[in-house]
Design a protein around this ligand. Structure first.
Ligand SMILES: O=C(O)CCC(=O)C(=O)O
Length: 328
């Protein structure tokens, strides 16, 4: 049986086990086995992933893409980021107003729509073997890829201070509580609103980026408005052991339930950007497909099936596979 080792961040677990002391989090990693092709257990999450996701609301999967493959996805993302508007394939453009050529890759935050479909190697990430079993379990074998935006962020010297909710904490329950589900049945987790962030560039401790409140995906109470207070720069929150700053490297996935309260610290490096794909998934029977037809037409048959809506009685062909190979 062929297995590969993945590292899962158990930072949050440490916080829980020493809760009474409220010690600052010490990042520790535990090696866990991730089953690959040929292993009959690979059609679902392994026990450790399930335990950690259920307890914290997130998983940090390291080294999902490495080496030449990682270089290819980074180069493909850069091609989209800097692509001249006249040369972009139909359907691809940054969200919001059109940017000048000088502004491409040169604004505090740019969301490049449908980034996952720009190149086959980016498309392949949507069913990467390290996330496929997780996706299948969390959607009860009914996954639908809703969107895949390429996010580009750089240091913003002009960012204004905020009076409340620094880092912009939010979660699905705050905006649409009637539409959120997280359940455990027969030893499997079900969650109807998932985000898988694939990182194209490194985030180091102190850089800023994503913060989460571990365990908040199960919270039954409203988040107190003043939970975090603006710190000395008026932008980032004062340090507080309630949140954990996740620091993925290029090639890692962060998988979260959108029910997990999360926010973003100011990006601090002046010489490096934060680039990642935001892959959103829901069960196939919820919501309508909103991707433009011109984008769907570009996709491989497997990913066309992944983005398609279907009834809850339908089993997609791709779901019958432990690992997806895109034919291109
Ligand atoms: O910028 C990030 O890391 C998080 C973005 C986010 O919160 C979202 O897409 O829901």
């Amino acid at each position: 049986m062929f297995q590969t080792e993945f590292l899962i961040n158990i930072n949050a677990v440490d916080q829980f086990s020493r809760k009474e002391e409220l010690l600052p989090a010490v990042t520790k990693y535990r090696k866990i086995k991730f089953a690959k092709m040929g292993d009959t257990s690979s059609d679902m999450m392994n026990h450790e992933q399930r335990y950690l996701f259920d307890m914290t609301g997130y998983l940090h999967i390291e080294g999902a893409v490495t080496g030449e493959k990682l270089k290819s996805v980074q180069e493909a993302a850069e091609r989209y980021i800097y692509c001249h508007p006249n040369q972009r394939p139909p359907g691809f453009e940054p969200r919001g107003q059109e940017l000048s050529v000088e502004e491409l890759g040169n604004r505090p935050l740019i969301r490049y729509q449908h980034g996952f479909a720009f190149d086959r190697c980016l498309e392949e990430l949507t069913v990467n073997p390290s996330i496929w079993p997780i996706l299948k379990e969390l959607t009860s074998d009914m996954p639908r890829l809703v969107s895949g935006t390429l996010s580009y962020e750089q240091y913003d010297p002009d960012r204004p201070p905020v009076e409340k909710n620094p880092a912009g904490l939010h979660c699905a329950r705050e905006g649409r509580y009637w539409y959120t589900r997280y359940e455990v049945k027969n030893g499997r987790i079900f969650c109807n609103d998932l985000v898988f962030f694939f990182y194209l560039t490194d985030v180091n401790p102190g850089d800023g980026g994503l913060i989460v409140i571990p365990g908040s995906h199960k919270s039954e109470f409203d988040r107190p408005e003043g939970l975090l207070k603006p710190g000395p720069d008026g932008i980032d929150p004062e340090s507080n052991p309630v949140f954990t700053n996740l620091t993925p490297k290029a090639g890692d996935f962060l998988c979260i339930s959108e029910l997990l309260t999360h926010g973003v610290l100011r990006w601090k490096p002046k010489d490096r950007s934060r680039q990642f794909l935001i892959l959103r998934y829901r069960p196939q029977y919820e919501g309508k497909v909103s991707l433009p037809q011109v984008i769907i037409d570009r996709l491989t048959p497997e990913i066309q099936e992944l983005v398609s809506a279907a009834s809850y009685g339908h089993t997609k062909e791709i779901v019958k596979q432990d690992a997806i190979t895109l034919n291109y």
